[in-house]
Design a protein around this ligand. Structure first.
Ligand SMILES: Cc1cc2nc3c(=O)[nH]c(=O)nc-3n(C[C@H](O)[C@H](O)[C@H](O)COP(=O)(O)OP(=O)(O)OC[C@H]3O[C@@H](n4cnc5c(N)ncnc54)[C@H](O)[C@@H]3O)c2cc1C
Length: 387
């Protein structure tokens, strides 16, 4: 077990302790996030030379799954932060890296993500609002309808059209420190699930220095393909998997305990069928996640790009499959638990919260968009073969 995984395992009960209150109050899980920062986990992906834990995407997947067994909102706050860190590590210039990475590692500097935009919705690879040159700097004015942890972030990575004359597909990724930006919350977060993520609507207005553009101006697509999409899809999938595993373990523990309700008799064949189906969903999600994780890691270690069609299909498929399979697993456990264990807010196992939280998985980057992209690539690629 790596250090990071051992730390996450120790902290998981802290997250679990605060999860219900974060959900009930749609409140940012301050205590849980503070515990992750103080333990250094915000710097999981920061290279050792900048003081970080020097982790890779395998560590990200392992830690995310453990944390999400305690609180999915906290795990996603952390996973989305790590997704931003990966982009900084791999694509920022040295000046921004040496400014940000030691702070992420030592202070737990928290990076939020701004990609969604009202006029273009979720589409990741386009932007409407343009960076406006102002002397040597860049003016950023951005509506940001959903920013996880936006009220509490120390900085933002924001997608912007590269300039006033640039095409919508000519996107730059720009960093702003909180003290460089006037950040106003314009919509509260009162969602069905993932309530602790405080994914509020914001307007952001500030001025970035030119070295705060990450990668080439207009070059966001390369960052998305190399870093943001694979890191995001793997980390989110791991989070959803961790929650589904935690739910199944808790249900099994209840069934095996003295407190098992008579409606959940372990002698019931139907109960075993339902447990098996939940386990099969989780096995398939975990197995495919491991396969894609290993392929991405192999490519990274050997310096190969990730932009061939078959791997792109798999990186999109892992997100779609894990979002559906983990939600299905918890749905089956709700059915197994019935009206008292499955459907009550104060049940012994918080299946009702897991169900609401996991309902977001197909929306948090719309599966419809990804399935459309997979279909387009399949027209060119056919059935493909596993590596
Ligand atoms: C818990 C949570 C946290 C989030 N955190 C952040 C964050 O920190 N930062 C951020 O920028 N965003 C964040 N998002 C936004 C998220 O990543 C999506 O981009 C956003 O939810 C898109 O919203 P949408 O489904 O309304 O829009 P769209 O993706 O624009 O879709 C709108 C509708 O059109 C359909 N649709 C769109 N395109 C297609 C297509 N090609 N084929 C078929 N149907 C299509 C969709 O199914 C949907 O019904 C978060 C979302 C959630 C749920």
């Amino acid at each position: 077990m790596t250090d990071a995984l051992a730390i996450a395992t120790d902290l998981m009960p802290v997250l679990a302790r605060h999860a219900a209150a974060a959900d009930a109050g749609a409140a940012f899980p301050h205590d849980s996030v503070r515990a992750l920062r103080e333990a250094g986990l915000f710097g999981l992906l920061v290279p050792a030379e900048y003081g970080g834990m020097d982790g890779d995407l395998a560590d990200l997947v392992d830690v995310a799954a453990v944390l999400a067994g305690g609180c999915l909102s906290t795990a996603m706050i952390w996973a989305m932060h790590c997704q931003q860190v990966d982009a900084v590590v791999r694509h920022a210039g040295e000046r921004l890296r040496s400014d940000l990475l030691p702070r992420i590692a030592q202070e737990g500097y928290y990076l939020a993500s701004v990609t969604t935009e009202p006029s273009k919705g979720g589409h990741l690879l386009t932007a409407s609002s343009a960076l406006l040159p102002e002397d040597d700097d860049l003016l950023v004015r951005r509506d940001a309808p959903i920013v996880t942890g936006g009220e509490h972030a120390d900085g933002f990575l924001i997608t912007m059209r590269a300039g006033p004359d640039a095409a919508p597909s000519d996107v730059s990724l720009v960093h702003l420190h909180r003290d460089q930006v006037e950040a106003q919350v314009v919509r509260d977060w009162n969602a069905m699930g993932m309530r602790g993520t405080r994914s509020v609507g914001m307007t952001l207005s500030g001025v970035a220095a030119s070295h705060q553009v990450i990668g080439q101006p207009g070059g966001f697509r390369a960052i998305a393909v190399d870093s943001m999409i694979p890191a995001g899809h793997l980390a989110w999938s791991a989070c959803w998997l961790g929650t589904a595993r935690g739910a199944l373990d808790a249900v099994v523990a209840l069934i095996r305990s003295r407190h098992v309700p008579s409606s959940m008799s372990r002698d019931s064949e139907l109960l075993r069928q339902r447990l098996a189906r939940a386990r099969i969903d989780i096995e398939l999600a975990g197995g495919y996640l491991a396969l894609v994780r290993d392929e991405v890691l192999r490519r990274r270690h050997s310096g190969q790009p990730l932009d061939d069609r078959s791997l792109q299909i798999r990186i999109d498929t892992v997100k779609v499959a894990c979002s559906e399979l983990t939600f299905s697993a918890v749905d089956r456990l709700v059915q197994l638990g019935g009206a008292m264990i499955g459907y009550q807010r104060d049940a012994a196992v918080p299946l009702e919260r897991h169900f609401r939280d996991l309902r977001s998985a197909s929306l948090n980057y719309s599966n419809d968009r990804l399935v459309g992209a997979i279909g387009t690539m399949t027209l060119l690629d056919g059935a493909g073969r596993l590596p």
